[in-house]
Ligand binder design. Structure first.
Ligand code: EPU
Length: 301
């Protein structure tokens, strides 16, 4: 029996990651598995690890840069774990649920608190792992806790306070533990007011950011007290390109794929931007996006 015979219905072999990332780039991975239940996810995870395969967990692929090479690993996609349910002021959401769907559900139930996440394209699991948000707030502010699958320790509940949430980060590191679902506490609000606030925050983002373009959102974290976008802009890098990868004219902390960019073009452009900002302002920009390279994955290179 080969590795994933009994999981064949949910396993793709030699799958191109370019099809699963918002940048639209990335080489093939050995196995791409889409569990439909926590049990299937645990099975896929355990089986991969037992075979000595590196496991990577994918949400909606909107905050990662996957390099162009072949990746000998198993990717577990949470995209089928999309349940969402409400109990009073609490909402439980599956890790793969897209944030816009989470906002729509809460809005329909007359529950407020997610509006700061308007316009963010990621999944619930990815958003928790990176404490996604913006100037109006972060997902962590509403988080009660999460169900996570820990290698060798099974599924357990972790309180929000034990997830190590920080500015665009948490202790949920790639692959282990895996967020399965998250529970949030919201407040009662009129759906119409929620809709208006969501629309206004989305419009604000649309005016300032290249929202329809192929990108992974902000590439760099803001250095303490500064704005990475402003620094890159002041270094006159807007429009600078390597191949089809370019620094957005609309917001300098975004790199966009204008068509046929390769991951290597984006990486070269990241290096160029970093060098120029360091040279000009003495500031070393730290990556916000996660890079998946065959050898190792880094959040901050
Ligand atoms: N600015 C420039 N030039 C630019 C971009 C920005 O001068 O090209 C200036 C702006 O005019 C403003 C300041 O820099 O005075 C800050 O810019 P902005 O308000 O756009 O916010 P930001 O700090 O660049 C942060 C988050 C975004 C989030 C926005 C809005 C980070 C790294 N970025 O951006 O998050 O959407 O606030 O809430 O924390 C993301 O995480 O992927 C992301 C896009």
């Amino acid at each position: 029996m080969s590795l994933f015979d009994d999981l064949h219905a949910i396993t793709l072999i030699d799958e191109r990651m370019a099809l699963h990332t918002s940048f639209g780039v990335g080489g093939e991975v050995s196995y791409f598995i889409t569990p439909r239940s926590w049990a299937e996810l645990e099975l896929a995870h355990d089986r991969s690890r037992a075979a000595g395969l590196r496991v990577r967990v994918l949400g909606r692929g909107s905050n990662i840069l996957v390099t162009d090479e072949y990746h000998c690993c198993a990717v577990i996609s949470t995209e089928a774990l999309v349940g969402v349910a409400r109990t009073g002021l609490r909402v439980d959401a599956g890790a793969g649920l897209a944030l816009p769907r989470l906002l729509a559900a809460a809005e329909a139930w007359g529950l407020g608190g997610f509006e700061p996440l308007a316009g963010i394209p990621g999944s619930v699991g990815g958003a928790v792992a990176m404490n996604a948000g913006g100037r109006h707030g972060t997902i962590g502010e509403r988080l009660v806790g999460a169900m996570v699958a820990c290698p060798d320790a099974g599924v357990r509940w972790v309180e929000a306070g034990d997830l190590g949430l920080s500015y665009r980060g948490s202790s949920v590191v790639e692959g282990s533990p895996v967020v399965l679902s998250a529970t949030f506490e919201l407040e009662r609000a009129a759906p119409r007011g929620l809709q208006a606030r969501r629309r206004s925050i989305t419009a604000e983002k649309r005016a300032a950011q290249p929202m329809g373009a192929r990108s992974a959102g902000c590439v760099f974290k803001n250095p303490p007290g500064q704005s990475a976008g402003r620094l890159i802009d002041q270094a006159c890098l807007k429009g600078t390109s390597v191949g089809d990868a370019a620094v957005s004219h609309k917001h300098a902390n975004f790199i966009v794929n204008r068509g046929k960019a390769r991951a290597s073009d984006i990486l070269d452009l990241i290096g160029l931007v970093r060098d120029r900002v360091l040279d000009r302002f003495g500031v070393c920009l730290e990556l916000e996006i996660e890079i998946w390279a065959p050898e190792e994955s880094t959040r901050s290179a």
